[in-house]
Design a protein around this ligand. Structure first.
Ligand code: ADE
Length: 259
């Protein structure tokens, strides 16, 4: 997959793409991430990329021409029209389903605006998608672009190697992640849930599923309505609800060494 990010801070994208799983995916050729600076495409000699908003107001608006020319230039070397995503707090909320959808594309353009945003005429002319990563305002679309890149990269076949799989991510099936523990078995008097030390794979699987359901019910109940639930899940949920009614703990807390 090819991802091109349009940003006046290409070094932000380049720096974040070097290390970790993302860097390894790029190294292995699963993903190619390029940053294009619209400042390279300005037509005035001061290389101006922003200007004051018509109608007044604080902040600067990114001018249409440098971004439009940068997009046209990049489009000329694409065989088919890529998805063109503008990152903006006014976009549709980013979600695992949207990541899955984007992961099927051959090429994606991500446009990271700065200041007060991008001249709307360029958004109207080019955007196939407008995405927000959450209801807060950042200084620009670069971090949101990296969030999208990371979430999409994890879904590319082979990106996570043999040891992990995106299907194991429980949010992938619509539930929250389960609590995890590693050595030592005891830390500051807190122990690890016994079942995880038992080596009994079926009991562990069932415990984890129950934890994912209990956590989701407690923290994000609205996710349960959309999750893909099996007959076993529904049974576990009834047990969890019975525990809640009886005032019993439903989420893991491990234990204490003195128990
Ligand atoms: N640009 C600034 N804030 C943003 C957000 N929350 N999501 C996407 N793009 C943004």
């Amino acid at each position: 997959m090819r991802i091109t990010v349009f940003t006046i801070f290409p070094e932000l994208i380049e720096a974040a793409c070097a290390p970790s799983i993302l860097g390894a995916a790029i190294e292995r050729g699963l993903l190619d991430v390029r940053a294009v600076d619209p400042r390279q495409y300005t037509e005035d000699r001061h290389r101006k990329v922003d200007d004051i908003p018509f109608g007044g107001g604080a902040g600067m608006v990114m001018m249409a021409q440098p971004i439009a020319t940068a997009l046209d230039t990049a489009l000329a070397s694409e065989e088919s029209r890529p998805r063109i995503v503008f990152l903006t707090p006014g976009g549709v909320p980013f979600h695992q389903d949207l990541a899955r959808d984007l992961a099927r594309e051959d090429a994606i353009f991500l446009v990271a605006g700065r200041y007060k945003g991008v001249d709307d005429r360029v958004v109207r002319a080019y955007a196939t998608d407008e995405i927000s990563i959450g209801d807060y305002v950042l200084s620009g679309g670069e971090l949101p672009a990296l969030v999208v890149i990371d979430a999409v990269m994890r879904l590319l076949p082979g990106a996570l190697g043999d040891f992990a799989s995106a299907e194991d991510d429980s949010i992938h099936s619509g539930l929250l992640e389960v609590p995890q523990y590693t050595r030592p078995r005891e830390f500051r008097g807190a122990t690890v849930p016994e079942v995880l030390l038992s080596g009994h794979h079926e009991n562990i699987r069932r415990w984890r599923r129950r934890q994912a359901l209990a956590r989701t019910l407690a923290r994000r109940p609205e996710l349960l309505a959309r999750a893909e639930l099996t007959a076993e899940d529904r049974k576990l949920l009834r047990e969890i609800e019975a525990d809640l009614d009886a005032g019993r703990e439903t989420e893991a807390s491990g234990g204490t060494a003195s128990e």
